[in-house]
Design a protein around this ligand. Structure first.
Ligand code: NIG
Ligand code: FE
Length: 405
């Protein structure tokens, strides 16, 4: 039996496709067995897919219907928070000073090592509930707070367990090279990421991507290259934290290695953008990170001018404590001067490109998964405009209503 969902009478349906955004007034969407089969004016959709015979009908009168948001860069699996650092930063401490005093990433590592897999899973499930309530239906999640074989595996197993239980679809990334743990020397740690962690993670099939924090105070470009090349050998597609604090050439390395994305990019140059465009590396900009660090935002136009689709993400982590793609879109507009259109593309189809998703995720077109947001606004521009306010009223994943305000 075919399972049918019909969303009807929406004030606006936002048809996001690879070639841009179109809006349909008084729109409808039909979904069969989890896949979008029709998008258009309500009258046309319900003629083919009548409301009375649908298994699920969603009346979206006065609302806006959009593709579910895709968050392509999160560190959502961790233990503890770092709220005290928030206050310290506001008293003038830099991210690097906090790190040097044993705070930052390494304090979260300590908390993760002490947590059980079930505790990590439950903590992640709570954050996924928040993400879903802000319209996220697909999210990448990185490890990187374990920094040992056992702790990195524990984190990615927690991601797998949460993925099995939660409607938000999770894409796991191995980020063993997030920081050098206290007990090790940097080169020995790089060797252990390559020789021990990567084989263990890939043998258990726990990750799709391999990421490296390529920056001053983290990993050099040569160390990053070694790790990402080893990841490729193990079947993991590269991603990279590049040019966040210093320009080490991570964007160019991403281009050389055919990475799916290069992320952060606060110090990128025109030459980096051109190299990334030649190799189809999607730039992922993280306005929440610049916002919480109090530094200059990345420059979307650098990448747009090179012809690249710009993706945006939350970078949700204990330092950048926001799960909301609605907020990321608002910051993309107000902070990075993106338009509501490019911010929405960045949070949907371009974000899916950063995750190499080719099944229509992040679009609202026929054949795509039936992942939708019903937002309580008359037009999509209100979503970034209404800064800091949750506009998500309902969320559908594979045609099923999984969240309702
Ligand atoms: O993407 N830049 C490196 N990693 C994270 C921060 C992680 C943390 O501070 O816990 C980021 O911003
Ligand atoms: Fe990050």
């Amino acid at each position: 039996m075919t399972e049918t969902t019909v969303v009807h009478d929406a004030g606006q349906v936002v048809h996001v496709a690879d070639d841009g955004i179109r809006t349909v007034a008084n729109g409808g969407v039909a979904i069969e067995d989890g896949e979008i089969v029709d998008v258009g004016p309500t009258d046309d959709v319900v003629r083919e897919y009548p409301v009375d015979t649908a298994d699920t009908a969603v009346d979206a009168s006065g609302k806006t219907v959009l593709p579910g948001y895709v968050d392509p860069h999160t560190h959502a699996v961790f233990a503890g928070e770092r709220v005290d650092e928030f206050a310290a930063k506001l008293r003038g401490k830099s991210y690097q000073e906090i790190q040097a005093e044993g705070g930052g990433i390494l304090s979260t590592v300590q908390a993760v090592r002490e947590a059980t897999r079930t505790e990590l899973r439950d903590h992640l499930l709570d954050h996924l509930d928040t993400m879903l309530s802000h319209g996220t239906t697909t999210a990448e999640v990185k490890s990187g707070y374990g920094l040992s074989v056992d702790a990195e595996r524990k984190l990615l197993e927690a991601v797998q367990l949460a993925n099995d239980r939660h409607p938000v679809d999770l894409i796991p990334t191995f980020l063993g090279a997030h920081a050098v743990p206290d007990e090790m020397d940097p080169d020995a740690y790089v060797d252990s990421v390559i020789d021990e962690q990567l084989p263990a993670i890939t043998k258990a099939d726990l990750a799709v991507f391999c990421d490296v924090f390529c920056d001053e105070g983290a990993f050099t470009r040569e160390q990053s290259r070694r790790i990402l090349e080893a990841g490729i050998e193990c079947g993991l597609t590269p991603k990279i934290h590049a040019e966040e604090f210093a320009h080490l050439g991570g964007g160019q390395l991403a281009a050389e290695l055919g990475a799916a994305s290069a992320d952060h990019l606060l110090q990128s140059t025109k030459a980096d953008a051109a190299a990334m465009a030649d190799s189809d590396v999607t730039p992922v900009l993280l306005p929440g990170t610049a916002f919480t660090l109090g530094v200059e935002y990345a420059e979307p136009s650098l990448f747009e001018k090179a012809g690249l689709p710009v993706a945006i993400a939350t970078d949700f982590n204990p330092n950048c404590y926001t799960q909301s793609m609605e907020f990321a879109m608002s910051l993309a507009c107000n902070g990075m001067r993106m338009t509501p259109e490019t911010a929405l593309e960045g949070a949907t189809c371009h974000a899916a490109a950063a995750l190499n998703l080719k099944d229509g995720t992040g679009t609202l077109q026929e054949g795509a998964p039936g992942d939708l947001v019903v937002a309580d606004v008359p037009r999509f521009e209100y979503i970034p405009y209404n800064a800091g306010v949750r506009t998500t009223e309902a969320v559908l994943v594979d045609g099923e209503v999984v969240y309702r305000d």
